[in-house]
Ligand binder design. Structure first.
Ligand SMILES: [Zn+2]
Length: 209
């Protein structure tokens, strides 16, 4: 079984690695953001309940998120495992997830804060098609224009230095107890998330085994 959780700060490259690994292992790559959006779009009872909270600008309660996730984990394509990306985010969610399913491995992406700051503050996004660029590692062909549609790229407010520092701090405070919880169960494999995506991919594969 490959029941995998990816933990790592924003900018660590988790999403990219999750897509690669899930496809290599033939398991679904599950992000709660995508699951919520699908439930809302599908007008399911849980989706409608989630939408009410989103409309009011509130976080969707863990109970609803877990119910949607639980239904997804029950589908046939998740029988051999799954890769959770971006969930759980805190200890309460980890404990609730634990009551639903055992895990086989928790991959922790380790990367120095200074590198994350560079990566995130260099990020630019196309407001039209949402393609992400990076001024250093993936610059657009024409400066500050989207390769696909020529739209002027945007420096999102949450990618500016102060906001990034806050996001990283929130992540650290919420995730430390989570790591302790999973370490206590012997599930955590730390992966050095610096270097090229290919180098990180090889480390992730050997961590997952
Ligand atoms: Zn675009």
């Amino acid at each position: 079984m490959h029941r995998i959780v990816f933990l790592g700060p924003p900018g660590a490259g988790k999403g990219t690695q999750a897509a690669i690994l899930a496809s290599a292992l033939g398991i679904p790559h599950l992000s709660t953001g995508d699951l919520l959006r699908a439930a809302v779009a599908g007008r399911t009872p849980l989706g409608l309940a989630a939408e009410e909270h989103m409309r009011a600008g509130r976080l969707v309660p863990d109970s609803i998120v877990l119910e949607i996730l639980g239904q997804r984990l029950g589908r046939a394509d998740a029988a051999a495992g799954f890769l959770l990306d971006g969930f759980p985010r805190n200890l309460a969610q980890a404990e609730a997830l634990d009551r639903r399913t055992p895990l086989d491995v928790v991959v922790s992406f380790e990367i120095p804060t200074v590198l994350l700051l560079t990566r995130l503050t260099q990020r630019r996004t196309c407001p039209k098609c949402h393609t992400a660029y990076n001024l250093t590692t993936r610059p657009p062909k024409v400066p500050n224009r989207c390769d696909l549609d020529g739209t002027e790229l945007m420096h999102r407010p949450d990618d500016r230095a102060e906001a990034v520092r806050t996001r990283l701090e929130v992540y650290r405070v919420e995730t430390e107890p989570l790591l302790r919880f999973y370490r206590g169960r012997g599930l955590v494999r730390s992966v050095d998330a610096t270097g090229s995506p290919e180098a990180v991919e090889a480390r992730v594969r050997s961590a997952v085994g």
